[in-house]
Design a protein around this ligand. Structure first.
Ligand code: ADP
Ligand code: ADP
Length: 228
């Protein structure tokens, strides 16, 4: 589903990704860990073409992101991304936050978009807040809405960049529960940058450890914990 072949990424002179080789197949849950500044975010942002790789080959659903014929917007549509900060539209209700892109980009009717949004809100336990504005919600609730908003685009892959790092500790659990259910019940392909080792232990198929722009370890979750 996603393949990096000898990928290098520079920001100017700074070598942010060094010879990345990685294959992620459908249905896998991959957790990426490593110290701050090791290139985890950069790797995720390259996957949905928010950053361009410098050399090597990166394919998503067999589409080469560097090929001139590739429409990056089509690629991005298939990749949902959830960030540390939820970036909801503050002046729109929860329901409007979720239905906006499906109506504009997927050309869904309002009825269809609302029906899907309500289904997703029920899934993340937020249906009773559909008319609320983001400022009326806790950080954990906003992050669950951000996840529902990404899912409304019906992506093949979900990318999570430290989705719980900005939350108060008591709200981390509710967000991780939503992510667990996405992995277990929906079989979603997920790449998750996180420091939550409990989540990794319970849900990950693979754990990737990055340091200094390199993948130092890429192992099945069980193996990883046996050899820390
Ligand atoms: P991580 O997610 O592991 O914390 P990042 O991928 O965010 O790491 O960053 C890796 C390194 O690349 C850091 O040293 C960071 O400062 C640098 N970096 C990230 N984005 C940029 C950018 N747009 N321009 C220059 N340097 C960047
Ligand atoms: P995160 O904590 O999610 O890894 P960062 O704080 O590293 O994020 O980066 C946030 C934003 O700032 C990103 O868009 C990244 O590209 C940019 N950035 C990070 N480091 C640098 C840098 N040294 N120079 C320019 N932009 C940077």
């Amino acid at each position: 589903m996603i393949e990096f072949q000898n990928v290098e990424k520079y920001y100017g002179d700074f070598h942010a990704l060094k010879n990345i080789n990685l294959q992620i197949t459908k249905g896998e849950v991959v957790v990426v860990i490593g110290p701050s500044g090791s290139g985890k975010s950069t790797m995720l942002r390259c996957m949905n073409a928010l950053e361009e790789i410098t050399t090597g080959v990166l394919t998503v659903n067999e589409v080469d992101l560097h090929s001139p014929s590739t429409n990056l917007n089509d690629v991005r549509k298939n990749l949902g991304m959830v960030f540390q900060h939820f970036n909801l539209y503050p002046h729109k209700t929860v329901l409007d936050n979720i239905t906006l892109a499906p109506i504009k980009v997927l050309k869904k009717s309002r009825e269809e978009a609302v029906a899907k949004a309500e289904e997703l809100l029920a899934k993340v336990g937020m249906l009773d807040k559909k008319e609320a504005f983001p400022s009326q919600l806790s950080g954990g609730q906003q992050q669950r809405i951000a996840i529902a908003r990404s899912l409304a685009m019906e992506p093949d892959v979900m990318l999570f960049d430290e989705p719980t790092s900005a939350l108060d500790p008591e709200m981390v659990g509710e967000v991780l529960e939503v992510m667990k259910s996405l992995a277990r019940e929906d079989g979603m392909t997920m790449i998750v940058v996180t420091h939550e080792m409990g989540f990794a232990r319970e849900v990950a198929d693979r754990v990737i450890f990055m340091a200094d722009g390199q993948i130092l370890e890429d192992a099945e979750a069980e193996t990883f914990y046996e050899n820390p």
